[in-house]
Design a binder for this molecule. Structure first.
Ligand SMILES: Cc1cc2nc3c(=O)[nH]c(=O)nc-3n(C[C@H](O)[C@H](O)[C@H](O)COP(=O)(O)OP(=O)(O)OC[C@H]3O[C@@H](n4cnc5c(N)ncnc54)[C@H](O)[C@@H]3O)c2cc1C
Length: 424
């Protein structure tokens, strides 16, 4: 490693790799420092090892999936969007395919291939990548970023590196074993930035009701309504999973940002699962009556078998407190109403949420008002840039978070390199 570079990029995740590769492509001298033994450890486990690279929705729909202020990303998406990452990967040997919900995956279904292609592309463009290289501090003089302090985690030796521009791409705080331990927030704070409160997001929720016999059950084609302080606040349709702590799965993850913020605000939260969203109360009642007529003297368990996945039958019998061997033609009006009510509104009282070890992303981070959206440069410290999850902007599940990393990385790499070239 040299003592001096044009641009130092901290963190070789998707944002850092793209930033370093794009800057090097423009002809400046770039070093990319990664504290782990290899780059992109988190990227390698994305999408359950398959990597949901991006999403093919048009820009306006895309922006609806991003919080807290999607407009901040307009220029970054304008510089490098979904088709650009697909083309880049294609040119580097990774073909892609589009699946349900416009989600893009590598044709090989291997996140590992995406990581290796990005590393090769970054190196091919001329950036130097060093593993086991942990940045411990930024060097800022008179409000200008001028260098970093790097420690070799194998030898324990530290050295300063001077550089004309720094890009912080250290990721968030979730899945810390991958290397994302929130270092970038400390760097930013020490340089004079503020940090929007960090919260785990896209995360499972803990509930008072835990259905032990249903653990692992995937409830498909259901809807979930979120009740906050007794007010209907959000609704989503899709799949939820019963877990040993409460609820997980795509719809719960999508609702989790609101849930976490409401818990922090000490609000009362309930989730109502509608197991039969395609049928309103009257239609469900008619269906139940038909089933009862067909079953005649058969027992309640047989009726529930027609209405529920098998793992939910015992749970319903418990909740409804109906004798499971009671003949269905002897069910009274209250018991029938109870079945309908619970099918349409299976309630969970939310007591908490899972921690950093399980959250897919970090909400909060470097405030967007402290970053120039046209360049990703800090408005507080000259020559300092941010890219990726370290910024206070995050997306839903569906490939949006990786695209945020790619787009902000590209823009930070491009604008920092152009500024270096202009200053020569
Ligand atoms: C289990 C899981 C599955 C996911 N699946 C998807 C998916 O399919 N699609 C999607 O869009 N998003 C997914 N995400 C989210 C996505 O992975 C992140 O949003 C994305 O990786 C953020 O990229 P980044 O480059 O900003 O940060 P990171 O990927 O976190 O990379 C930051 C890098 O910086 C390094 N670093 C940190 N501090 C230092 C330091 N001081 N010195 C040197 N290096 C440092 C870290 O070791 C790390 O390599 C998933 C996340 C998880 C946890």
């Amino acid at each position: 490693m040299n003592k001096s570079y044009d641009i130092a990029v901290i963190g070789a995740g998707p944002a850092g790799l793209i930033a370093a590769g794009r800057a090097a492509m423009l002809g400046v001298k770039v070093v990319l420092l990664e504290k782990m033994e290899k780059p992109a450890r988190k990227l390698r486990i994305t999408g359950k090892g398959r990597c949901n690279i991006t999403n093919m929705k048009p820009l306006e729909d895309y922006l609806k999936e991003i919080s807290p202020e999607p407009r901040f990303l307009r220029q970054a998406f304008g510089a490098f969007f979904n088709q650009d990452i697909i083309n880049l990967l294609d040119e580097n040997g990774v073909a892609t395919k589009v699946e349900r919900g416009e989600r893009v995956f590598p044709s090989s279904d291997k996140a590992w291939d995406v990581a290796e292609a990005l590393i090769n592309w970054t190196k091919k463009n001329g950036a130097e990548i060093y593993n086991h290289s942990q940045v411990n501090a930024l060097i800022v003089e008179n409000g200008i970023a001028v260098g970093i302090k790097v420690c070799n985690t194998k030898t324990g030796l530290s050295e300063p590196i001077s550089c004309k521009r720094i890009i912080v791409a250290t990721g968030g705080k979730s899945y810390p074993a991958t290397g994302s331990t929130g270092d970038g927030y400390k760097f930013a704070e020490s340089a004079g930035h503020t940090v929007v409160k960090l919260r785990p997001s896209l995360v499972g929720v803990e509930t008072k009701q835990v259905f032990k016999s249903g653990i692992g059950l995937e409830l498909r084609n259901i809807s979930a309504t979120l009740w906050i302080d007794g007010k209907k606040s959000a609704c989503d349709f899709g799949e939820a999973v019963l877990t040993d702590y409460g609820l997980d799965g795509p719809i719960i993850l999508r609702l989790s940002r609101l849930i976490v913020d409401s818990i922090i605000a000490k609000k009362r939260i309930e989730i109502a699962l509608d197991l039969k969203p395609a049928l309103n109360d009257q239609k469900l009642e008619a269906r139940l009556q038909r089933d009862i007529t067909d079953l005649g003297k058969k027992d309640v368990k047989s009726l529930l078998k027609l209405l529920l996945p098998s793992l939910l039958i015992e749970i319903f019998i418990d909740i409804l407190r109906i004798n499971p061997i009671k003949p269905v033609n002897q069910l009274n009006g209250t018991e029938k109403k109870g079945i309908i009510n619970h099918l349409k509104d299976l309630r969970f009282e939310v007591t908490g949420y899972r921690g950093w070890g399980e959250a897919i992303i970090t909400a909060g981070g470097i405030p967007i008002k402290e970053i120039n959206p046209k360049t990703m440069e800090s408005k507080i410290v000259k020559n300092l840039y941010f890219a990726g999850e370290v910024i206070d902007v995050d997306g839903n599940t569906g490939g949006y978070n990786l695209q945020i990393a790619f787009s902000t990385g590209w823009l930070a790499g491009e604008s920092s390199a152009k500024q270096v070239l202009e200053s020569i």
